[in-house]
Design a protein around this ligand. Structure first.
Ligand SMILES: [Zn+2]
Length: 501
């Protein structure tokens, strides 16, 4: 059996879960669910980033110890993921001992390799970004390009990771692994960052106490990147004194947003090379879901809370929208009208309508018992092509294309019914043949759409008279045309996706 390991970024606990967090987490969840359908053993990891100056400051402001502050926020992420039907297998917090052990191990390996050295750093520092900027990166008036507020002059003794030594090795790696970063135009961004020259980056602070002390110099605390990124190794047991982590490492995909390409596709592989750890197999880079044309941010006051949207279109309506509406990799434009429009068009009118229609006709013309499909149905060839296309698109980490492929089978089944008009026929073999084909198409759609719509897919599965869990189906053996055996009760039930007016 093959293994599939995917990660989201760990989310910083200075804010509560918002649409941006939900977006990446849902894409990773759907991709992981697809791999479970393929029969892979899956590890899907998410978690929270709990160290650093911003947390220390937020905790101070709340009158709490930093760990107590983090303890209040981390469960909000875990709860949000549960409510969005995210089937993560693990949830890592950077304040856990397993994480501390992994960070210390990785730092020590890079230090022993001679790639971490003490130096003095002077620069313009944005506290909110926890990052230094060069003069030409700053906006006019020495403002942080992200937060558009003044940066501070900082000078301190830091340990530095000698990233500048890794330029050739990184370029060589990406040259020999041309599909490692998807989609391709995001790979070009990573290559552009490497070719424009790599600067050593600071890995420690003495001004900070809320973090993990360096193993060889505890006056310094590990600074954001070595701490945060290492969670991906920590979760699979790196640093526990064994090679157990190699059961899951290298990771198949790091799912990230475009704003952290530099850290994930440049810093992280260089750190791993230095430490003698294999590089990730892949990175899947998403764009931002813009709200009113801007990145959602607490400071912009345009934060959209995912759980509010769930109240409008349901969990699966929301999941479907973020997966289908934006080409993964590109920026998307989030809007209420877009959300409701897509829900009505694709879910209420297409999938929901097909399911209701089929159940109604089976009740009226087939005595409520689903007939078996015919082997030479006109839908069979389409269905086989749709299974192949859907598979290829998930493999490319293109959920919008995968769902488009799956929905083309829904369209085909709806037109098949409109062509044959079984509701006008007398009960008998002709109706049975048409309805058996439509039921088989729906059975296949239910399996193929289940990564996006896990809850609804199971409901529909049972209404078709199928037993067991739709998630236990396997692409291949269970997606051959003819799997619907017939002779089982079909039930209509309430609308799967009530139309929103
Ligand atoms: Zn900033």
């Amino acid at each position: 059996m093959s293994r599939f390991y995917a990660t989201t970024p760990i989310y910083y606990v200075n804010a509560e879960p918002h649409l941006g967090h939900a977006y990446t987490t849902i894409v990773g969840d759907a991709l992981s669910r697809w791999h479970r359908l393929l029969g892979d053993e899956v590890l899907y990891l998410t978690g929270t980033d709990e160290h650093g100056l911003k947390i220390q400051q937020a905790a101070d402001a709340a009158g709490l110890a930093p760990k107590d502050f983090a303890d209040q926020i981390a469960p909000k992420f875990a709860d949000a993921w549960q409510r969005l039907d995210i089937a993560n297998d693990d949830f890592i917090r950077t304040t856990e001992e397993r994480h501390r052990a992994a960070v210390r191990e990785l730092l020590q390996r890079c230090y022993d390799a001679g790639d971490i050295e003490l130096d003095t750093y002077r620069g313009k520092y944005c506290v909110a970004c926890e990052e230094y900027f060069t003069e030409d990166e700053l906006l006019e008036g020495s403002l942080c390009p992200v937060h558009k507020r003044p940066v501070d002059d900082f000078e301190e003794e830091n340990y530095f990771f000698r990233l500048s030594r890794f330029e050739d090795r990184l370029l060589e790696h990406y040259r020999t692994h041309p599909n490692a970063i998807v989609p391709e135009f995001r790979a070009n961004e990573a290559l552009g960052l490497i070719r424009s020259g790599l600067r050593d980056f600071s890995v420690s602070r003495t001004s900070l106490s809320w973090g993990i002390p360096l193993p060889w110099d505890p006056a310094h605390v590990a600074y954001v990147w070595f701490d945060a990124l290492t969670n991906y190794l920590a979760a699979v047991g790196f640093g526990d004194g064994t090679d157990r982590y190699q059961d899951w490492w290298p990771v198949n995909y790091h799912l990230i947003g475009k704003d952290i390409i530099r850290h994930h596709c440049v810093y992280w592989p260089a750190m791993l090379m230095s430490a003698g750890v294999e590089l990730p197999r892949g990175w899947a880079v998403g764009g931002w879901l813009l709200v009113d044309g801007e990145k959602m941010a607490k400071s912009s006051g345009n934060v959209v809370t995912p759980l509010d949207l769930v109240d409008i279109v349901g969990v699966d309506g929301f999941r479907y929208y973020v997966l289908a509406d934006t080409a993964y990799g590109n920026d998307g434009d989030f809007s209420y009208d877009g959300l409701v429009g897509r829900y009505n068009a694709d879910l209420a009118n297409n999938l929901g309508n097909l399911a209701a229609r089929v159940a109604t006709v089976v009740a009226k013309k087939c005595g409520g018992v689903g007939p078996a499909p015919s082997a030479d149905s006109a839908l069979a060839e389409i269905a086989t092509a749709v299974v192949a296309d859907t598979t290829r698109r998930w493999d490319e980490v293109a959920p919008h294309r995968a769902l488009e492929a799956t929905w083309s089978l829904i369209h085909a089944a709806n037109s098949y019914l409109e062509t044959h008009e079984p509701w006008k026929m007398e009960p008998g073999a002709a109706v049975d043949a048409v309805m058996g084909d439509a039921l088989e198409a729906l059975r296949l759609v239910t399996i193929l759409a289940s990564p996006a719509l896990p809850g609804t897919a199971q409901v529909l599965w049972e209404r078709l008279g199928m037993t067991g869990a739709v998630t236990d189906q396997r692409i291949g053996p269970d997606t051959e045309w003819g799997g619907y055996l017939g002779g089982v009760n079909v039930t209509k039930g309430d609308p799967l996706f009530p139309r929103i007016t």
